[in-house]
Design a protein around this ligand. Structure first.
Ligand SMILES: [Zn+2]
Ligand SMILES: [Zn+2]
Length: 262
């Protein structure tokens, strides 16, 4: 009787029973689990295989050196399995209705005691938004703002379509992203605590550039919240050399090689 989406689950192919606004079965929707790590940075919550990258205060090398660009980062789960498939179906599969279940996961990732003045979605370049039909970060921000009772503001504009970040070093990524964002409501940003919303945190350089633009406009505090984050712990285990302990999802090759955490 699936009148809206009469097909099978677009993730596991099980037949869908009943009317649903999302083309995914309840089992796949319930599959994502919160990211669990015994060793995670107290600021950016980057997970590590052991406590070597963390200082006595529990901060990773990037946070200790002020390289993240934001004050904190929260994510629901790691970018793999069903969560990855759900996010990809949401973004690329023409299913904006997945914003609600994913937005609820997002809301559950924020510690209850954290208060913010504004929820700001990661902007998308107008050309990409036009071809996709929606900005996934904005739909997630709507759900989050309603759920937590914060105001939402499209405070940042994306000035240029940035080339892919993959394969670039940390420094190259920062150069790639510089000038990519323009804050357009500076009077409403000044002195405010901002929660910047995106779907996935991968290298962290896009979120960092956007957070820096908000800080330059006078924001008092900027935290990033995403549904998922890249979790390279398994890669790190097999990676060569002691540098692997410094490699974080927010890092990049250059960051990983500079500085010691001893
Ligand atoms: Zn399914
Ligand atoms: Zn950190």
């Amino acid at each position: 009787m699936g009148l809206v989406f009469p097909d099978n689950c677009r993730i596991c192919d099980a037949p869908l029973s009943g009317v649903s606004r999302v083309p995914v079965c309840p089992r796949c929707l319930a599959a994502p689990r919160p990211l669990a790590s015994e060793y995670a940075c107290v600021n950016c919550h980057a997970p590590f295989v052991n406590r070597h990258p963390l200082d006595d205060e529990g901060r990773c090398g990037l946070c200790r050196r002020g390289l993240t660009g934001f004050d904190a980062a929260f994510a629901f789960g790691s970018y793999e399995g069903e969560l990855r498939k759900l996010i990809q179906l949401f973004k690329y599969g023409g299913t904006p209705t997945l914003a609600r279940p994913l937005g609820m996961l997002l809301a559950s990732a924020l510690p209850r005691e954290k208060a913010f003045d504004l929820v700001v979605p990661m902007p998308m370049h107008w050309r990409r938004r036009w071809s996709r039909g929606f900005n996934q970060a904005e739909l997630l921000a709507d759900v989050l703002a309603a759920r937590l009772g914060f105001a939402k503001l499209n405070a940042v504009r994306r000035r240029k379509a940035t080339p892919p970040q993959a394969g670039l070093t940390g420094a190259q990524r920062r150069k790639n992203m510089s000038g990519a964002f323009k804050v357009r409501n500076a009077d409403r940003i000044r002195g405010k605590r901002i929660l910047l919303v995106d779907d996935v945190l991968t290298t962290g350089s896009t979120a960092a550039a956007c957070a820096r633009a908000l800080k330059r406009a006078g924001a008092a505090y900027v935290a990033v919240i995403t549904v998922a984050r890249a979790d390279r712990r398994m890669v790190d285990v097999t990676g060569p050399g002691p540098d692997r302990f410094e490699t974080s999802p927010l890092g990049g090759v250059l960051d990983a090689q500079s500085g010691s955490t001893a």
